[in-house]
Design a protein around this ligand. Sequence first.
Ligand SMILES: [Zn+2]
Ligand SMILES: [Zn+2]
Length: 454
Amino acid sequence: MEKHLSQMTLKELIRPEGIRCSCGKVHRCGLKWFKTGSGIIRELPDALQSIGARKPFVVMDENTEKAAGHQVRRVLKDAGVPYAEFVFPHREGKMEPDEYAVGALTMALDPTCDVLLAVGSGVINDCCKVVAHACGKPSAVVCTAPSMDGYCSNSASMIVNHVKVSLYNACPQVILGDTDIVKTAPDIMLQAGLGDMLAKYVSVCEWRYAHLIHGDPYCEEIADMVRTCLKKIVEQADGLMKREDAAINAVLEGLVISGISMAFAEISRPASGLEHYFSHVWEMLALQRGEPSDLHGIQVGVGTLLTLWLYENVLNIDRVDTERARKAMAAFSPAEWEARVRRVFGATAEPILDIEKQSGKNLPEGHEKRLQIIEAHWDEIKKIIRDELPSREWVYSLMKRCQMPLTPADLGISRQDTVDALVVSRDIRDKYLTSSLLWDLGLLDEAAERIPSA
Ligand SMILES: [Zn+2]
Ligand SMILES: [Zn+2]
């Protein structure tokens, strides 16, 4: 490896042959063209040509049409590129990535087009990924907001039969992030993007000790690539709400590179930890109740502060109290655990119970094995936490300066939903989180009782 991942240009990161890494793996992602910067929209015809696309199917909604759609049409016309288009009709409330949206898009699709071009951010991009995958065409995206890190992911976050699911398909081949367009996004979307990036402090920290305790494959090069993006973003963060170019560019680039980091690692670990699971649970609960949710990154920002509070407590533990941990394991009731999963997840509890059948994370043998590793490596685990995490006050004050919501109460989320989200976070996937560490130490229920929710 000639250069570290964190020092590579965007072009080097996405080279088609991939990167032979010092971790022994070859990292690659499906993205073929990616640029950010002022006026980049003019390169759209070149970007499409680079993937061999001749006729894009341009997909937008009324808002993204205003933000970028008109410019996309103009640029394509000027370059003599034929296209067809679909503007999602106005729907009451927030547009959801559900069967209705995918159906509406599919009915309108012009089969003579050879690429789906999403003009938007989360929902439009996700719907385009699903339809492009279903009809065997590539997808491309013109970003309209720096609001989440899903641009480059190979999964789409969808709602099927009122349940949130990840559908695995393919990542877009082209991502075009024109900062002149992106900086016109509403405040809340800029704040959401920052929230989704601040989460990466926790994700990288958890990834490192999950490697130690749980054996998850870890790559220091990828972790460092994420840290480098995050550093650039926080250095510029005070310019974000003033829509300074450098700040907008740093966030947008960081969000796409986070997506690349997950593709490289072939797991979500570099970009998603416990803070994301607060958001996942809150979103699932809102869907069950037919209520709207806040933007992903806004919830994740609040989840990041909650997780940093948990770490303040973890760092106060001088020595692992194995007796307490073993007592908690001995007192663990699978029936009570199952009752809680059923209470929180309702109709969607079954697949979550199945995860436990496969992973067996609640079994005493696994617990004992992990506990011994934790005890033997306690100083090292605390060092990882100190190395990776900024203080909660520092993140709090940064988020406050950006006028972001700071507590579950700020989002109208109840104390019960916050407590539940923490406790069941470790059940949603077979993934070792901060909550898993606390559970192994016999401290999760106590932490849940004390967690500040307002
Ligand atoms: Zn690597
Ligand atoms: Zn995220």
